[in-house]
Design a protein around this ligand. Structure first.
Ligand SMILES: NC(=O)c1ccc[n+]([C@@H]2O[C@H](COP(=O)([O-])OP(=O)(O)OC[C@H]3O[C@@H](n4cnc5c(N)ncnc54)[C@H](O)[C@@H]3O)[C@@H](O)[C@H]2O)c1
Length: 338
């Protein structure tokens, strides 16, 4: 039986656990945003892993990141094993000041924890009037196109562009699905769709357990594969972190987190189309939405639409969670906040 909770109930629970462990509350917002949008792979189901990582000292609370501006518009941050979301949000606020001055600014983050749904950062910057492109790396979970073993991360990309009444937001893993979504299917006792994964012998599978022991398939065959390894080289290697097999610490409770993050923030005002960008975005997206649906579709949507619609509904009706996921989070609260 799913348990349905309100946004505030969920935030309160996460805050209680994190504050009980000496951390701040920033992470509660991003995970709750993910669950509101149906991105359960990056929601509260991650809380037990994060709590264990804090308890083991793999994720440190109250550390001061080291910030280095190598040029006027390039900020490199060493997170010293601290919380990824808080570090990225604080650094991005500084980065937008540089983007206003130079037209574009770039941030890399290393040695910080997993940053969750990357669209969170891109959407927030777009709400502030900037274009934002965000990348991060993950453990190898995806097989190369034509390969049978995992050697590529799900390495997501998000792009936020100012629009009206809300920004455009593309937020996607470069695999067909995020690994956390396979875990969410397993929690619900459901099969995964065909084409999402292969088992450890390289055979296509719809069994979430076999997929968890095998690997995810890249989105769009060689194209998602190509994009995934490109993001691995940019967000991973450029930020001073590894890519491929040495990326660890987002799903496990045994290793330091070795992901790398890369953000590009652009001030539209520095470009000829800057003043009219938001209006142009609205006009084009509305045209796409109003276009003729294909066979089997009720309407054409644009990236961001499905999640935004669900968010609006869930703010009213609540967020459904598998009982075991909510129960695990409640158990944590009762053991940590005695
Ligand atoms: N931090 C990490 O390590 C990490 C790794 C992988 C994924 N993620 C996150 O996982 C989340 C889920 O990623 P995903 O690839 O499974 O998402 P997804 O496949 O559900 O959606 C990908 C994109 O497609 C769009 N979309 C979906 N249906 C659509 C439709 N009918 N018409 C138009 N657009 C549509 C969505 O709005 C979204 O922008 C993202 O938030 C991503 O940032 C994070």
């Amino acid at each position: 039986m799913p348990v349905t909770v309100s946004r505030n109930e969920q935030i309160d629970l996460i805050v209680a656990v994190l504050c009980g462990l000496g951390a701040n509350e920033e992470e509660a917002l991003i995970w709750t945003e993910a669950d509101l949008r149906g991105i359960h792979s990056h929601g509260i189901q991650r809380l037990p892993v994060m709590a264990t990582r804090i308890q083991k000292g793999l994720l440190k609370v109250n550390v001061k990141p080291e910030r280095t501006w190598t040029t006027g518009c390039v900020l490199n941050v060493d997170g010293r094993d601290g919380f990824g979301t808080a570090i990225c949000e604080t650094s991005l606020k500084e980065l937008t000041i540089a983007a206003r001055k130079y037209g574009v600014a770039v941030l890399t983050v290393r040695n910080a924890a997993h940053i969750g749904m990357v669209g969170y950062y891109a959407e927030r910057r777009a709400q502030e009037g900037f274009v934002c492109i965000a990348f991060t790396t993950t453990e190898v979970l995806v097989h190369p196109f034509g390969g049978a073993e995992a050697l590529v991360g799900t390495n997501p990309i998000a792009v936020g562009i100012p629009g009206a009444p809300r920004p455009f937001l593309l937020d996607m893993a470069t695999s067909v699905s995020a690994m956390g979504r396979i875990i969410a299917f397993k929690h619900r006792g459901e099969k995964i769709p065909e084409g999402w994964a292969i088992d450890e012998d390289g055979n296509p599978t719809t069994d979430p357990d076999a997929a968890l022991h095998g690997s995810l398939s890249p989105a769009g065959g060689p194209k998602g594969y190509g994009l995934g390894i490109t993001i691995g080289m940019l967000a991973g290697l450029l930020s001073g972190m590894p890519t491929g097999r040495e990326v660890l610490g987002t799903l496990d409770t045994d290793h330091r987190c070795t992901v790398g993050d890369l953000f590009i923030v652009i001030d539209p005002k520095a470009f000829p189309g800057g003043e009219t960008l938001a209006a142009g975005v609205k006009k084009y997206l509305d045209e796409l939405r109003a276009s003729r649906p294909g066979k089997g579709f009720k309407q054409v949507m644009v990236p961001g639409d499905p999640e935004y619609k669900l968010r609006e509904e869930r703010l009213v009706s609540g967020i459904p969670h598998p009982e075991e996921v909510w129960h695990a989070a409640q158990q944590l609260r009762s053991t940590i906040c005695k």
